[in-house]
Design a protein around this ligand. Structure first.
Ligand code: ATP
Ligand code: MG
Length: 411
């Protein structure tokens, strides 16, 4: 037998009911805030991710499903959603015609990383991006929207963490000082952080290693390096969060380690997920479109991991309620049954039944098992009189009706 690939998973039953419920909730909540859904390909030119996610990140340098297609082009399965959405925005020329765009997406992402709880090689994200606006209120609003989305899924025990990365210039000085700080204790840092010291020191701050976290306790704080404009932007964003009643904690070690990120970064974390605590993460990326295509359009977005959401969401929201009717019939009344079934379906009534009907008792047992609200009995008498016996399961009441009457009652 051939098995599913490591770190990947088949989804059915509850998994799919949850998946659909999460997407439906995203649609409902995000459209209220003016978002429309965008669908982009899973496969993109590798170069897109190299340039937008960044060559030096773990995602691009180690985790990408990257291969040559039959035309010898280097292509990659998307490891995240933002790059494709940004490409689509630029390719549609929206920055020239209609720069303000609010888009959301959902779908599978691929990262070749070590599978563990809440971490897979194929996983799903729902994300949102806004182009063309730089405003602290918007930053607060998109965090608000992320919270509302998770709340509507019945998730509790969440914490919003925020930080400001300022702009590239102020970060340069910070990175110098951070490197000096790391150099003094390099031998005490994890192997990963040692590597990041050279390539991406900011990202070391975010290390999940307990020893690293201890070492970084007294690291210089990014806030002290922000220029006046960024400081004001951050203070204003926090003011609007308060106005929107969003509780947050400032985490000076929250970084997204890439050059194009600026100002606001945020994560929503759960206290129920252990090491893989982040459910939703995002930030402002005012420089990305400039880096990709020399287009000066600000943007902000977030992505949420659907598997982590599924682990946290209220199970009751997706209980499989087998409502509708169960139709009991016999070999002798099969044609009457088929006509009745057609009418039920025309009226959008869900009907369950046995394709090869057994005894009356066996069929009633089945109706009971699937928790049907009503049973329709189509025996020889009913067929002769052109009526249907309707039994309400909860009360046991049963009576003969015309099919039209039954449809009225059941609907
Ligand atoms: P982490 O620090 O957990 O590796 P990340 O910074 O790589 O996260 P992002 O790229 O910001 O994650 O992705 C946003 C969200 O997508 C994460 O917060 C998480 O919920 C989810 N996610 C990321 N990678 C995976 C994965 N391999 N499996 C399942 N969910 C994931
Ligand atoms: Mg990761």
């Amino acid at each position: 037998m051939i098995s599913v690939l490591k770190g990947m998973k088949d989804r059915h039953s509850d998994d799919v009911r949850k998946y659909d419920f999460i997407v439906d909730t995203a649609k409902k909540v995000f459209s209220k805030y003016g978002f429309e859904r965008i669908i982009t390909p899973i496969l993109e030119e590798t170069e897109l991710f190299r340039r937008s996610v960044g060559d030096e990140t773990d995602v691009v340098s180690k985790e990408m499903y990257e291969f040559k297609d039959k035309g010898n082009r280097s292509v990659s399965m998307r490891p995240e959603g933002t790059a494709g959405v940004v490409r689509a925005y630029l390719e549609a020329g929206l920055h020239k015609s209609d720069p303000i765009v609010k888009w959301f997406y959902n779908g599978p992402m691929y990262r070749y990383e070590a599978p563990q709880k809440g971490r897979y090689r194929e996983f799903h994200q729902v994300g949102a991006e806004i182009f063309g606006i730089r405003s602290p209120y918007l930053d607060a609003e998109i965090i608000r929207m992320g919270c509302e989305f998770l709340e509507k899924l019945g998730i509790t025990g969440l914490t919003v963490e925020i930080n400001s990365l300022g702009n590239i210039e102020s970060r340069k000085k910070y990175i110098e000082d951070l490197k000096a700080f790391m150099a003094e204790r390099l031998d005490k840092l994890s192997e990963d952080s040692k590597k990041r010291y050279e390539k991406n020191p900011l990202r070391a701050l975010d290390s999940k290693d307990k020893g690293d976290q201890e070492q970084f306790k007294d690291a210089p704080k990014l806030y002290d390096y922000l220029d006046e404009e960024s400081k004001k932007y951050f203070e204003d964003t926090k003011k609007y969060l308060e106005l929107l009643n969003i509780k947050y904690v400032e985490n000076s070690k929250l970084v997204r380690g890439l050059d194009y990120y600026s100002d606001t970064v945020f994560e929503i974390k759960s206290d129920k997920l252990g090491a893989q605590a982040t459910v939703l993460a995002g930030g402002r990326y005012d420089r990305l479109l400039e880096i990709l295509d020399n287009v000066k359009i600000p943007a902000i977005g977030f992505a949420a991991g659907m598997e982590r959401i599924a682990m946290l969401m209220d199970e009751k929201l997706v209980e499989n309620k087998e409502n509708g009717v169960y139709v009991v019939y016999f070999d002798d009344t099969k044609e009457y049954f088929i006509k009745t079934l057609e009418e039920l379906r025309k009226n959008d009534i869900k009907a369950s039944f046995d394709y090869n009907p057994k005894s009356f008792g066996a069929q009633m047992k089945k109706a009971n098992k699937i928790n049907a609200e009503y049973v329709l009995i189509l025996g020889e008498d009913e067929q002769k009189e052109n009526v249907v016996t309707l039994k309400k399961f909860s009360t046991g009441e049963q009576e003969k009706y015309s099919l039209d009457e039954v449809i009225e009652i059941v609907k």
